[in-house]
Design a protein around this ligand. Structure first.
Ligand code: M6R
Length: 361
């Protein structure tokens, strides 16, 4: 049932090119986005996204997409905070809940708080017959299939895939992009399963690097733009299954405190594809190196050619349009965590103290 893999998590990581193809099959029609259920993003003035854990990180990535592509303001909340804060919910607000299981207690309670106040309660869920899906006005399926590993992998990538499809769709509905730009984005979207497969081919190198990360007691993850939430995903996956203390910071926040942690014993994983923010991230990375921090730079061939000098290690990812980079950089986040955990001998599929679905508060 693990299809030759040692753990369900490994199997699920390797399923991602296929499961992302299933999102494309369901959300793309020719050269446009055509979601399986209708929702009019032109009739809303903001989105409140609410979720827990990895699903919350998917929302943080999606904020960049909806704001940049569709010019639609997005607030992102952790469900356990949102449900008790009793904040205002505008009548034109879309309340959007993301959950793999569709049964997470805090997310469900947050949904019930927003219901009747928001313009609509929308969800992005894996389990179609779940409570969250049933209680939503509109439920977008992520089609990842059953996910068994406690650490979410393919569900996260499919959450990203669906949220990106919806952001492109919203941009078109709101007149922020034209048909030609939509067709361009869709053409790249269709290449993504193949690019994920290329990213997965870096596994032997990730495994090598993980053996070194396994010796650390603390690890920092840095990134800018969408790579900032991806740094959070890298840190969350790592602590969840390897039990190594990890933290994520926006690269630009480093000098506001966390740089005090840096010394020669600290690995610092930097997610930096070649994009408009690359040089800014590199200059933060150099600040780490000046304090003898051990930088593991995760970038593409262009980034590696420009910025490998003096870094501890480089992990080279395939090139991708920056809009789509979070889906690709999910792979090294997962592989580094997975192999670090395997190296340490922890229980990868059933990490201590954790449950797959958190149905109590
Ligand atoms: O089923 P949900 O998506 O609502 O679950 C939310 C979190 O419990 C979940 O993403 C958790 O953070 C994962 N174990 C992370 O890998």
């Amino acid at each position: 049932e693990k299809a030759g893999h040692r753990h369900f998590m490994a199997k699920e990581i390797h399923e991602q090119p296929q499961t992302l193809s299933d999102v494309i099959a369901a959300y793309v029609d020719g050269d446009r986005i055509a979601p399986p259920v209708a929702y009019d993003f032109a009739a809303t003035d903001r989105i409140q996204m609410v979720a827990c854990g990895t699903a919350h990180i998917a929302c943080q990535v999606a904020k960049y997409w909806f704001e940049q592509l569709a010019r639609l303001p997005v607030e992102v909340d952790i469900a356990s905070e949102y449900r008790y804060r009793e904040g205002p919910v505008g009548a034109e607000t879309t309340a959007l809940f993301v959950s793999q299981s569709g049964e997470t207690a805090d997310t469900l309670a947050a949904l019930r708080y927003a219901k009747g106040k928001a313009r609509a309660v929308v969800s992005v869920v894996n389990v179609a017959e779940s409570s969250i899906a049933r209680d939503s006005d509109v439920a977008f399926p992520i089609l990842a299939g059953v996910e068994i590993g406690v650490a979410s992998t393919k569900a996260f990538v499919n959450q990203l895939g669906v949220l990106l499809a919806l952001a492109i769709h919203a941009a078109r509905q709101r007149g922020e992009i034209d048909a030609a730009r939509e067709a361009d984005l869709v053409a790249t979207f269709r290449l993504l399963p193949g690019i994920l497969a290329q990213a997965l081919a870096t596994e032997p190198r990730a495994e090598e690097l993980a053996a070194r990360l396994a010796e650390a007691s603390d690890i920092l993850f840095l990134g800018r733009g969408t790579m900032y939430p991806m740094a959070h995903e890298g840190a969350l996956k790592l602590k969840e299954i390897s039990y190594i203390h990890a933290e994520a910071y926006a690269s630009g926040e480093l000098k506001h405190g966390p740089i005090a942690l840096v010394d020669r014993t600290l690995p610092v994983v930097v997610f930096a594809p070649m994009d408009a923010l690359f040089e800014k991230t590199v200059s933060n990375m150099q600040e780490v190196m000046a304090r003898e921090g051990q930088v593991l730079l995760v970038t593409d061939a262009d980034g590696a050619a420009q910025a490998s000098d003096g870094v501890w290690e480089v992990l080279v990812m395939p090139r991708v349009d920056p809009v789509f980079a979070p889906l690709v950089y999910a792979v090294p986040a997962q592989l580094l965590a997975y192999h670090t955990a395997v190296h340490k001998g922890t229980d990868v599929d059933q990490p201590r103290n954790l449950a797959k679905s958190v149905t109590v508060e």
